[in-house]
Ligand binder design. Structure first.
Ligand code: FEO
Length: 402
């Protein structure tokens, strides 16, 4: 990899992690990047670092532009270790004049790194700015996007927003810019990232987007800490974040199930048929073969979530517990739900799944269906009818809630 000049005298100097396949529970089959940026002016400034094992790559990129010792200031936009893992060694190596972060950032640095009490930390807050020479860096705190310490850095001379986690994707690629990759895939990876990382903070993102609009912030480029840089079409990701953070729902349903002897699987397919008969988009996940991160990506813009499981030892199946726990933590809103499943003698799973839907604040709009052992043709018709009922309810609901 080479450093890439993204604006005059501002460079991508990050690391590409081709190997990572799990990012704290989020499946990353295409790896990720940790994007660090270097501004060279009268002062030389590094924005964030990389995960510790990628430090050598970042330093090699920087050395192609300036000597490491030339770095005067390090801006820590986000303390999570995929961006600060290399920080202690970098500080040791370059002895910067200043390490700039939010007040929460300072607390988080102290909680992560022994000896950081001696670092020359300068705390900034929203509205503060620093001059680097010809350029200015303005700061905006973005608490909980993704952590309490998070902040944006904005360079008005270039209309460049360095946005740390926000607007990113987990996608390792040799390309650096949005226009160099397939746009559909880029938006899918961005949606997956939003659903798995930022969904619980949607109301804060709505507020942030309003603030940015009120400030009249001109944005020509968005440089996130992961994935591709939004050079040609930054508005596309701003508009998508507006939709996702409103938790807008399309006419779509997700069926998530696990099955022991294929009976619950047959029921899932019959429910999907009922939804399709009513022209509703449907995605079906068998949790034996699916990952929770892909489920939540499809749940993001779905109106209905339909859960199915056979009963095993008086409970729904363990793989369902995994995806339900994950989904509840990410707090999708405005969903309707239903449950189904087969059983042998106890048959507790459907009631338990309904209780989970209620706990997730999903409105149950039709009683669940449970079938003993193997569904008959009548049972499957009941499942198709459940699908049609959910479909009719989906059509009654508005897409947006704003
Ligand atoms: Fe990319 Fe919240 O760390």
């Amino acid at each position: 990899m080479q450093p890439t000049e993204i604006k005059k005298n501002i460079y991508w100097v990050g690391g590409v992690d081709w190997d990572i396949r799990d990012f704290h529970g989020y499946s990353t089959p295409s790896g990720t990047t940790y994007n660090a940026y270097l501004l060279t002016d009268e002062k030389t400034v590094l924005f964030d670092t990389v995960k510790k094992p990628l430090m050598g790559d970042m330093c090699a990129h920087i050395k192609k532009i300036v000597d490491l010792e030339k770095i005067d200031w390090i801006v820590v936009n986000h303390v999570e270790m995929d961006h600060s893992g290399a920080l202690p060694e970098m500080i040791e190596l370059i002895k910067p004049e200043k390490i700039i972060c939010s007040a929460n950032g300072k607390r988080a640095l102290h909680a992560h790194f022994a000896g950081s009490e001696d670092w020359p930390i300068e705390v900034v807050k929203s509205g503060d700015e620093i001059k680097t020479g010809e350029k200015t860096v303005q700061f905006m705190e973005t608490k909980m996007l993704h952590w309490p310490d998070s902040m944006f850095s904005y360079i008005p001379e270039d209309k460049l927003l360095i946005s740390q986690d926000a607007f990113g994707q987990h996608w390792a690629t040799g390309w650096r810019f949005d226009h160099q990759v397939d746009f559909g895939r880029l938006m899918h990876e961005s949606a997956k990232y939003y659903a798995n990382i930022l969904l619980p903070y949607s109301s804060l993102i709505q507020k942030l987007l309003s603030t940015v609009k009120e400030m009249g912030l001109e944005i020509d480029m968005i440089a996130p800490d992961h994935g591709l840089i939004w050079k040609e079409n930054p508005q596309a990701i701003i508009d998508a974040y507006d939709q996702w953070s409103q938790q807008a729902c399309s006419q779509k349903a997700v069926i998530v199930y696990d099955s022991m002897w294929h009976s619950t699987a047959d029921m899932a397919r019959a429910i999907a048929d009922g939804l399709q008969e009513e022209d509703i988009d449907v995605v079906v996940f068998n949790m034996m073969h699916s990952h929770r991160a892909d489920v939540i990506t499809e749940v993001l813009d779905s109106r209905a979530v339909i859960l199915g499981s056979s009963t095993l030892n008086n409970h729904y199946l363990p793989r369902m517990a995994d995806v339900i726990t994950y989904m509840k933590g990410l707090k999708p809103q405005y969903k309707i739900g239903a449950a189904f499943g087969s059983y042998g003698w106890g048959g507790e799973s459907v009631k338990q799944l309904e209780a989970e839907l209620e706990e997730a604040k999903m409105e149950i709009i039709v009683p669940g269906i449970k079938v003993q052992y193997v569904p008959t043709e009548d049972d499957l018709e009941n499942c198709r009818e459940l699908g049609r009922t959910v479909a009719r309810e989906i059509k009654k609901r508005p897409v947006c809630h704003k």
